[in-house]
Design a protein around this ligand. Structure first.
Ligand SMILES: Cc1cc2nc3c(=O)[nH]c(=O)nc-3n(C[C@H](O)[C@H](O)[C@H](O)COP(=O)(O)OP(=O)(O)OC[C@H]3O[C@@H](n4cnc5c(N)ncnc54)[C@H](O)[C@@H]3O)c2cc1C
Length: 438
């Protein structure tokens, strides 16, 4: 096809925003349609009332790493100084009981060597087994062989209980949002390749200083508008149908030369019924998708509850109803959220059956036990039942290209060797834009 003059982007999550920025840079005339009142999708700010005060928080605590190169690229494109909005620190995994592993700022592989040498609470045999595993992966070009679940793969590489419970399991759940016993070993290895296996900058943790909407989606909206494009928030695309040499978007949203579909996969068949026969492979893959939840419990205290490094891993133990996996001090990043912490409970588990008030109580008690925090004065849980795709072995995700000329797909559910993350969403938006610009 020839380069499109007008392009509709359907869905203003991070994938749609990335596509909008890239197409705008290339001179396309972009219109971004977002059904909700705000851009950002699953990566957006929410206003939550806690103890009579409205706090600006996120619909889920997000963590990023230095390997998220596509996010760095899109931030630069829309003129965001990443160091102003993101605090970058060496990789660190620490627990309230003193267990700690911290990478240094030395070049690879010394950042990891020093991390393992200086680890606190890790037996020498565990340091050695971790080193062996990472070296074996590197030698195998980060391929695990036939894919299988991460738990049996780690056991097959002689990883002991402590190193699994304290290091591999929390990293796998944080990155893949899938229990270790179900998670794809290959997708986990891909994440390790680009983080612990890469240079020290790639393994850095990125802690956003702003809420997620301010970090990217709002900057994209300013950028697109300033370059002659349009962003229509509160504008749900009901159907995408064929038009002469293009597409007609209803209700009455106009005719476009090309479309980036970056709304949820489950809606694709209903929104684009005229193309369903041609999109049958993508629709078939989508029918087999399975999702995993993430719950973020926000707790507010009436005294200071400092976390020395701003966040820490927790020893979750479902048997004890200790469901929290990480706790972040939101006040350390934004003083307006002083005395508010966010506790992450990723992936499905025993907590799924708890009413939200009981989940909040259980998490508050866990923080009392592990960190000595007092009882909170307010608590709210934000649950996303379909937070990400379950990253299981054999998961098929459709490619960005389709057989409909000028119609491309984007979203964290499209083909990627990464799990469903902000980074895979942004990469998919870039890939979709590149296809239209070819
Ligand atoms: C609680 C939680 C925690 C997470 N933690 C992390 C993390 O720590 N690190 C990380 O990298 N990732 C994390 N993720 C995953 C990350 O948020 C997602 O991978 C990413 O936001 C997906 O972006 P997307 O653009 O693909 O999809 P979405 O964000 O789902 O965007 C789709 C957009 O389409 C819009 N839409 C729907 N229907 C229509 C329509 N008919 N017309 C127009 N618009 C429509 C929706 O409103 C939405 O804005 C987390 C997700 C959740 C929910």
């Amino acid at each position: 096809m020839t380069r499109p003059r007008s392009t509709a982007i359907v869905g203003g999550g991070w994938a749609g925003c990335a596509a909008a920025a890239q197409l705008t840079v290339a001179g396309a005339n972009v219109t971004l349609f977002e059904a909700a009142a705000e851009l950002g999708g699953r990566g957006r700010r929410v206003a939550l009332e806690l103890d009579g005060v409205t706090h600006t928080l996120d619909n889920g605590q997000h963590l990023m790493i230095g390997a998220y190169s596509a996010i760095a690229e899109v931030l630069a494109t829309v003129g965001i100084d990443i160091d102003r909005l993101v605090e970058r620190r060496p990789f660190e995994l620490s627990y309230p009981d003193g267990f700690r592993i911290t990478a240094s700022r030395l070049p690879a592989p010394w950042h990891l060597v020093t991390a393992l040498l200086g680890a606190r609470g890790l037996a020498w045999r565990d340091r050695w087994s971790m080193t062996r595993l990472l070296r074996a992966l590197e030698a195998a070009r980060w391929q695990v062989g036939p894919d299988r679940d991460a738990a049996s793969w780690l056991a097959g590489h002689g990883q002991g209980d402590t190193v699994i419970a304290r290091i591999w399991r929390p990293l796998c759940i944080a990155a893949l949002n899938t229990p270790l016993s179900e998670a794809s070993a290959q997708v986990f290895a891909n994440v390790l390749r680009d983080s612990l296996g890469a240079d020290s900058a790639a393994s850095m943790l990125w802690l956003p200083r702003s809420d997620l909407s301010a970090l990217l989606p709002e900057a994209v909206e300013r950028f697109v508008s300033a370059h002659g494009g349009a962003v229509q928030r509160g504008s749900r695309v009901e159907t995408i149908g064929p038009a002469e040499n293009g597409f007609l978007l209803e209700p009455g949203l106009g005719r476009f030369d090309a479309v980036v579909y970056s709304a949820p996969p489950a809606q694709l068949g209903r929104v684009a019924p005229a193309f369903a026969p041609v999109l049958s492979d993508a629709l078939e893959a989508i029918r087999h998708f399975d999702y995993q939840p993430i719950c973020t419990v926000y707790l507010k205290y009436d005294v200071d509850v400092p976390l020395p490094r701003g966040f820490t891993a927790l020893l979750d133990d479902a048997g004890q109803r200790d469901y929290g996996q990480w706790v972040f001090d939101r006040g350390a990043l934004d003083p307006a959220n002083r005395r508010v912490v966010a506790v992450v409970v990723s992936a499905s588990g025993a907590h799924d059956d708890e009413p939200l008030s009981a989940l909040c109580d259980a998490v508050a008690r866990q923080l009392t036990r592990e960190l000595g925090f007092p009882a909170p004065c307010a608590a709210r849980a934000v649950v996303e039942k379909r937070a990400t795709l379950a990253a299981r072995p054999g998961l098929q995700r459709p490619p960005n290209a389709t057989l409909v000329p000028g119609f491309v797909l984007a979203g964290d559910w499209t083909h990627s060797d990464y799990p469903s993350t902000l980074e895979s969403a942004v990469r998919s938006g870039h890939a979709a834009a590149r296809l239209l610009l070819k």
